[in-house]
Design a protein around this ligand. Sequence first.
Ligand SMILES: Cc1cc2nc3c(=O)[nH]c(=O)nc-3n(C[C@H](O)[C@H](O)[C@H](O)COP(=O)(O)OP(=O)(O)OC[C@H]3O[C@@H](n4cnc5c(N)ncnc54)[C@H](O)[C@@H]3O)c2cc1C
Length: 407
Amino acid sequence: MLCDIIVIGGGASGLTAAISAKMCRPEASVTVCEKLDRVGRKILSTGNGRCNLSNRSVNTENYHGSVNAPAVIRDEPSADEFFSGLGIMLVADDAGRVYPYSGSAATVLSALRLKMSTLGITEECGFAVSAVDGVKDGYRLTSADGRTLSARRLIVAAGGYAAPSSGTDGAVMRLFRSRGYRTAKICPAVAPMKAFPEEIKGLKGVRAKCRLSAFSGEKLLRTEAGEIQFTENTLSGICVFNMAYLFAENEGSLTLCADFAPDISAARLSGYLSDVRKQRSGSSLEDFLTGLFGKNLAVYLTKRALRRPLTESISTLSDEDISSAAALIKNCRFRAAGASPWQNAQSTLGGITASEITPELASRREKGIYFCGEILDTAGDCGGYNLQWAWSSGWRAGRNCALSLKG
Ligand SMILES: Cc1cc2nc3c(=O)[nH]c(=O)nc-3n(C[C@H](O)[C@H](O)[C@H](O)COP(=O)(O)OP(=O)(O)OC[C@H]3O[C@@H](n4cnc5c(N)ncnc54)[C@H](O)[C@@H]3O)c2cc1C
């Protein structure tokens, strides 16, 4: 049987696209075809189960990649409009991050599925699309286990490579690449970064407020305030997550530079450390910085700045030592050793490029195919930007796909 529209991928953008298409053309038959045994698994894990589904301020600098996500988001219904249509009340925190009032991602998925069921959208779960072939009047999809489904139009919403346990392994992106679609270089976005273990020895478990800047050589690429976190071999925290895409963009030449006292000038810091030299003259270097930082960070910075045994007395510090410690606190550099594995990433930068799609999110290459969500070459920062892109692009792709059906 030839269905009107098949959506490949039952994630945030695919479910939205199906709803948008069906609301635009209620008479059309719409099926969501999902590889896993249920739709929306990734939605459930977003925002630590709370689903940070949008952000009050969406700006160009929050998105990366060739597709102009903010332009689409601005012209489509806001998160408030979309979710009030699903009966979901929203609330924003002080940083502008928007969540469902329930504080539960499960309520978002339930509301989407309720709407789909009311509209008569079909879910075809356990169908992993492995081939797409052009047939008369449309396309035939073949699943990994040999089943087929056909439709006049396709909406491709199969996501990227991030978090493969939630169904996304990049297979559909590769499938379309093999059909001639151009894709931008793929790399993890919103992800931790690998560090050189010897460079962060002693910092495991430390979380510290800082102003973090990313450099390639001496070129400043990005800076933001936040909390950096350390494991034995990784750097994480939201400010690190937001810089992950820069590792691939700069061919692996990336240094993260933490200012651990961003609100204190170097001169004031040196003055303070000189006072500490007097006040704690009877103590060992182990306690030189414990008035400023937690023990592990204090010891790490002292060791790295002074490179001498911590059993020595604070009174032995020279003015030069004080300046070195102040300089390190203001400019502590960590070289990025690599991108994190896909299972630790929340998003994918790279994907089908802007040159392959029209402003309606239709394929320029093949009639009747539309794209939305993470499969396209855009990735947002941490803070609700990726889900907002999924809703907005899904809404646009669904509507335009439905409008392209005649009659
Ligand atoms: C742990 C985690 C937390 C996150 N938290 C947030 C957050 O709080 N806020 C935010 O904005 N963003 C967050 N994100 C990112 C956000 O979830 C994604 O960017 C967004 O879900 C992408 O939506 P999508 O519809 O494009 O793709 P996905 O949600 O990845 O959906 C794609 C769907 O396609 C299916 N699929 C894949 N291949 C096939 C195939 N061959 N055949 C059929 N179906 C297929 C997959 O199983 C999946 O269901 C988080 C991501 C993760 C991993």
